[in-house]
Ligand binder design. Structure first.
Ligand code: ZN
Length: 149
């Protein structure tokens, strides 16, 4: 029987191979619009195609599994500027990023506010949030956050 505060070791510490790790839970998201205002000229640009990207989010602590957002988004073509641009998804992640804002801000807080070394922060993110971030990536985030201040 489980007692409150009972110590239960991390069942993945012994996992040596990637395929032994818990499978991510997939959450479908959409930033898909038929038309979108061009960010440069304000022209109403129609959807040209739909694309997908995967974003690693903070894991699900109840299921003890990582969470991946499968994001379907629209790409638009502005006939006036003759350029392609994507639907706004800046609420979820930076352009080209593989992790959500939630992961980045949690990682930066672990280092800046809690004073953890990068490798420890990387381990903490895996153990408590089930998201794998290489420590060098965390270092890049912290340095980028420092430049903004
Ligand atoms: Zn335009």
């Amino acid at each position: 029987m489980s007692q409150p505060g009972e110590y239960r070791p991390d069942r993945t510490t012994a996992a040596q191979r990637l395929e032994d790790l818990p499978k991510p839970k997939v959450v479908e998201c959409r930033r898909d619009r038929a038309h979108h205002t061009c960010t440069q000229c304000g022209h109403r640009a129609y959807r040209d195609k739909r694309l997908r990207r995967v974003l690693h989010d903070l894991g699900d602590p109840r299921a003890d599994r990582p969470v991946d957002l499968h994001l379907c988004y629209s790409q638009h073509y502005c006939s006036r500027c003759r350029r392609y641009f994507n639907a706004d998804m800046s609420d979820l992640a930076l352009p080209g990023a593989s992790y959500t804002h939630r992961v980045v801000s949690t990682a930066v807080r672990l280092v800046v506010e809690d004073g953890l070394p990068y490798r420890t922060a990387s381990w903490h993110l895996w153990r408590d949030h089930r998201v794998f971030v290489p420590f060098a990536t965390i270092q890049n985030w912290v340095e980028a956050a420092g430049k903004k201040k």
